[in-house]
Every structure is written in C-alpha cells, then in structure tokens.
Ligand binder design. Structure first.
Ligand code: HEC
Ligand code: HEC
Length: 345
C-alpha cells in the first residue's frame, strides 16, 4: 500500500465521508418537509441547535478584519497596469472585480498577448482557501502575489522594476509613507495587495442567510438541490466556509479523466507519483459568475460541470432534473459585492 499523503491523509478523507453520511442519514439540516425533523426523543429535552452548527458548510462571517487604509492602497495597486513589464496588465485584467473576480476566459492572456495554460480562479474569498493556486504552490495570499508579477506569461515584471516605477509617482510615495515607515518595498506592496484581497469577501449569499435560519429565503427546488448536493456526495469534497478550498482531491476518482491540458496538478509541486491529477478542490462560492469551469476551463455551463463531477468523482449519472436542482442550489451561493468595491460602502 502507498504511504499516506501529508497533504490529504486518508483518515481525513474517511472522516469526511463518515461525517457527510452521518449528516445525511440523520437528516440534519434537511428541509421543513422532511419527516425526520419531526422525531421526538422521549425523555430528552429537544435542543434546537442553531442551524449553522448542523451543516458542513458554514456562512462567511459578516465582518472581516483587515486594515482599511492599506486595503484601499492595495485596491489601487491591484488595478494598476504599472505592475506589469509593459504597463498593460493589472491584476484586475485577469481578476475582473466587476465580473466575479475572473476573466471569463478558458486561459488568461498576459503581457504581449501570451496565453496561459490554466484557468484563472476568482480572487473573491481566496483568502479563505487553505492554500493558493490549483496546485497549492503558494501557502497564502502573501506568498501568492509574487507569482503573477514575475510570471513571463502574466505580468513579466520584477519588484525592482515596479518599485522604480511606483517611486516616481508622488501620490504613491505619499500613500506608502503614511502607512509604512519603510515606504515602497516588495514587502509593503505585497502587504497592501494582501490586505485588499482580505477585503474581497462576499458574505450574505441567500444560502448563508438560509444557514443562519432564514428558511423562507430559498425556494423548495433550491432546498432540494442542497439536499441532492449532500445525498449524492458532493459535500464530501465541497464543504467548509468556501464550499471547497480546504483539501486536494483527484480529478477522476471513479472514472478515469483524460485532461486535454495534460496538467499533473499537485504533482508539479511535490513530484510524488501519488499526487498526480490532484487539485485543490475549488470553492463553489459565486460559482454562477465564474464560468468557464475546471482547471482547464473546458466546461462552459454549470449544468455540464455538475454532470461531469457526478460522473467522474462519484460514478453517478444524474437525471437532468437532479443536476438542474443542484445548479439552482449553487446559484444561491452568490454573495454580496465586497464592501470595499461598493460605491458608497
Ligand atoms: C495574466 C492573468 C493574470 C494576472 C495578471 C494575475 N493573475 Fe492571479 N491568477 C491567474 C491564473 C491563471 C491563476 C491560476 C494559476 C494556477 O493556479 O496555477 C491565478 C491565481 C491567483 C490566485 C489564487 C486563487 C486561488 O484560489 O487559488 C490569487 C489570489 C491571484 N491570482 C491574485 C492575483 C494578484 C494579486 C495579481 C496581481 C499582482 C494577479 N493575480 C495577477 C491569472 C492572473
Ligand atoms: C472527490 C472530490 C469531489 C467530489 C465528490 C465532487 N467534487 Fe467538484 N471538484 C473537485 C475537484 C478536485 C475539482 C477541480 C477539478 C479540476 O479542475 O480538474 C472540482 C470542481 C468542481 C466544479 C468547478 C469549479 C470551478 O471553479 O471550476 C464544480 C461546479 C463542482 N466541482 C461541483 C461539484 C458537484 C455539484 C459535485 C457533486 C455532484 C461535486 N463537485 C463533487 C472535487 C470533487
């Protein structure tokens, strides 16, 4: 038998499945029409747990902690094409802040029209993912920032070049000096970008309101979709605050998946045979806004993505009406625009 992974220990997987199936069997969190909710345990006082304590998915906290002034500076940097070699490509070029934090393309286009080889994930709620990138090669937002800046197919620049350019701008000089005693440096640029991205959270989706106890906010079909999401087994991998983003999993667990983009996933980082085709399970928050789907950006619609997942990850073929309901549920995961992006926050 293969040695168990450090990154995705088998015990963790088993625990998740047990946890998921326990919740399904016990009927926890199922809708008001579910008769199992009516069970009365004689001799015990019925304790009404807050709904959010019963589910494997938790709502995004309403309040985020970040430094507002640094985040505002980071917002300016995020939209500034001077962070790229030829002053044409900003972070927001590929992570459109008005379009769910993505570019809507299969593969992003960087400096000089160079085309990348992997689909751009959203920056919204990215700070809640356990690692950054599809293969987890950056542990957090701080480590992540230098990759696009120096990637020859993205911004193709260096901190030396950026610092030189930004230092000629007196507004930046002043803003950095006011917030950081060391002024414009690699660390302070990264820190401001990180604070901004910490602010890019989308709380209060209809589903989060449902989790917090507002049962009326979802339609019957959406609730059925959530139940299917649990009973079919999607929740085993897509759970937690980001409905994903907290483990690596293989694409093609039950059926062999052949990837036209030939990406080996986590293996690219670890070079361990058993990590081949493992990817960070993506967050499903705001998933309705972030087509096309998968690391290879090959799937255009949410319905096809759901069908594909059921087939390759669970070995199931969903009826059209089942995937339709799951899609309706997934659409309830669209949250509110982050306060820092609203006109009058
Ligand atoms: C040319 C397009 C492009 C530019 C410019 C770009 N990104 Fe990205 N970004 C991507 C792609 C593609 C990925 C996925 C790469 C991977 O996983 O290997 C990504 C991944 C990320 C992630 C990881 C999200 C997650 O959940 O794993 C974050 C955070 C991010 N980018 C932030 C930034 C910041 C900050 C900048 C500017 C300094 C930036 N990006 C510039 C295309 C771009
Ligand atoms: C065994 C773990 C596992 C299960 C079970 C699973 N998924 Fe996934 N899901 C993943 C992984 C890993 C990816 C990324 C695959 C890739 O890009 O190649 C993914 C990607 C997705 C995506 C695309 C996200 C994006 O941003 O591109 C959607 C939508 C999705 N899953 C929905 C579902 C639904 C609905 C179910 C149940 C029918 C499900 N998943 C079951 C692991 C799983």
């Amino acid at each position: 038998m293969k040695r168990s992974h450090v990154t995705h220990p088998i015990s963790q997987k088993i625990l998740l499945w047990i946890h998921a199936f326990f919740l399904i069997l016990s009927g926890c969190g199922s809708g008001p029409s579910d008769p199992s909710n009516a069970t009365v345990h004689k001799g015990f006082q019925k304790v009404d747990f807050p709904n959010e304590a019963r589910e494997l998915i938790t709502p995004i906290p309403q309040f985020q902690s970040y430094n507002d002034s640094k985040a505002k500076l980071g917002k300016k940097l995020f939209r500034d094409p001077r962070l790229s070699k030829d002053n044409t490509i900003s972070c927001s070029h590929c992570h459109r802040l008005d379009k769910g934090g993505v570019d809507g393309l299969q593969f992003s286009i960087g400096v000089g029209g160079k085309v990348g080889h992997i689909n751009a994930p959203t920056v919204f709620n990215a700070g809640n993912n356990f690692v950054q990138f599809w293969d987890g090669r950056a542990r957090n937002l701080k480590e992540q920032a230098k990759f696009p800046i120096t990637n020859p197919k993205e911004m193709a620049s260096s901190f030396k070049e950026i610092i030189a350019k930004l230092s000629k701008d007196s507004a930046y000089q002043k803003a950095f000096k006011a917030l950081y005693k060391e002024g414009i440096t690699e660390d302070t640029i990264v820190n401001a970008l990180t604070e901004f991205q910490k602010a890019l959270v989308t709380p209060n989706s209809r589903f989060d309101q449902y989790l917090r106890g507002n049962k009326e906010i979802l339609t019957e079909e959406e609730v059925k979709g959530f139940q299917l999401f649990k009973s079919k087994g999607c929740i085993a991998c897509h759970n937690g605050v980001n409905v994903g983003g907290n483990m690596y999993q293989k694409i093609g667990v039950m059926q062999k998946y052949s990837d036209p983009s030939h990406n080996l996933g986590r293996y690219n980082v670890t070079k361990r045979e058993e990590d081949k085709y493992y990817f960070k399970v993506p967050s499903l928050r705001n998933i309705d806004l972030t087509a096309p789907y998968f690391h290879n950006g090959l799937v255009a619609t949410l319905n096809d993505a759901v069908q594909l997942m059921a087939y390759y990850q669970l070995g199931k073929i969903l009826k059209q009406e089942e995937s339709h309901k799951i899609v309706l549920f997934l659409k309830t995961l669209t949250g509110k625009t982050p306060a820092i992006l609203r006109k009058n926050p």
